[in-house]
Ligand binder design. Structure first.
Ligand SMILES: Nc1ncnc2c1ncn2[C@@H]1O[C@H](COP(=O)(O)OP(=O)(O)OP(=O)(O)O)[C@@H](O)[C@H]1O
Ligand SMILES: [Mg+2]
Length: 226
């Protein structure tokens, strides 16, 4: 599903060059649950943002479903993002004045064909993440773990091929972290492809494969038995 060949990212700010990704080769198959680990500043978010079509590489190739993303313009890239990718962030990025249902519906509002069953789909997803009785609560009326579950439902509403999560439990306590990881395991069992950045070995233990990055390279790649 994902193929990276010699992927590079160099930031240029004025005369200053920062080489962040230094030639990453990686294949991720449909249905894998990958945890991406590594110390701060090694390029995990940079890599995830490129995979999520939020940023572009400066070298190498990125193919999703066999299609090269590198040659695309902004509009084509956002179309790939809308059609294929769901993104979950550490800071949940929910609209504060909208209720849970409206937050989950949001990506569909931007999609080219608003599905007839949108509201039903959003309600179903809020049920899936255990929030059937919180549909009309705003983020301020929800706990951190509940807000993250709304954000996960929102990421799934476009039925993405790939779910990306950057430290999804980074702002959560133990109990909420356990809930979110149970949800990710359930999504994995249902066949979703997931790539998640985490600093937490306990969180990474839910994944079927663990990648470790150091200085912009993948230095370990371990497949785990479920
Ligand atoms: N826009 C930018 N311009 C210049 N350098 C940047 C930019 N964004 C990120 N970097 C640099 O790229 C490196 C990797 O950043 P990145 O956010 O990918 O790290 P990370 O592995 O996600 O770290 P953390 O675990 O702290 O989230 C860092 O050294 C950072 O300073
Ligand atoms: Mg990061």
């Amino acid at each position: 599903m994902i193929r990276l060949e010699g992927l590079e990212k160099t930031y240029r700010n004025g005369g200053l060059e920062t080489r962040v990704l230094q030639g990453i080769d990686l294949t991720v198959k449909e249905g894998e649950f990958v945890a991406l680990m590594g110390s701060s500043g090694t390029g995990k978010s940079t890599l995830l943002n490129i995979l999520g079509c939020l940023d572009v590489p400066t070298g190498g190739r990125y193919l999703i479903d066999g299609v090269e993303v590198g040659g695309m313009d902004d509009a084509e890239r956002s179309r790939v993002r809308n059609e294929k990718i769901g993104f979950v962030f550490q800071q949940f990025h929910l609209l504060p004045r909208a209720d849970a249902l409206a937050n989950v519906l949001l990506p569909l509002v931007y999609s080219r064909n608003y599905p007839k069953d949108a509201r039903e789909r959003a309600r179903g997803l809020l049920g899936l993440v255990g929030l059937h009785d919180r549909m009309h609560h705003t983020p301020g009326q929800l706990s951190g773990g509940q807000q993250q579950r709304v954000a996960i439902a929102r990421a799934l509403v476009n039925q993405p091929r790939l779910l990306l999560a950057d430290e999804p439990t980074g702002n959560l306590d133990r109990a909420s972290t356990t809930e979110i990881m149970e949800l990710f395991r359930r999504l994995h069992r249902a066949g979703n492809t997931i790539m998640m950045v985490t600093h937490d070995e306990d969180v990474a233990a839910s994944a079927s494969r663990v990648l470790r990055m150091s200085d912009g390279m993948i230095v370990a790649d371990e497949v785990r038995q479920p």
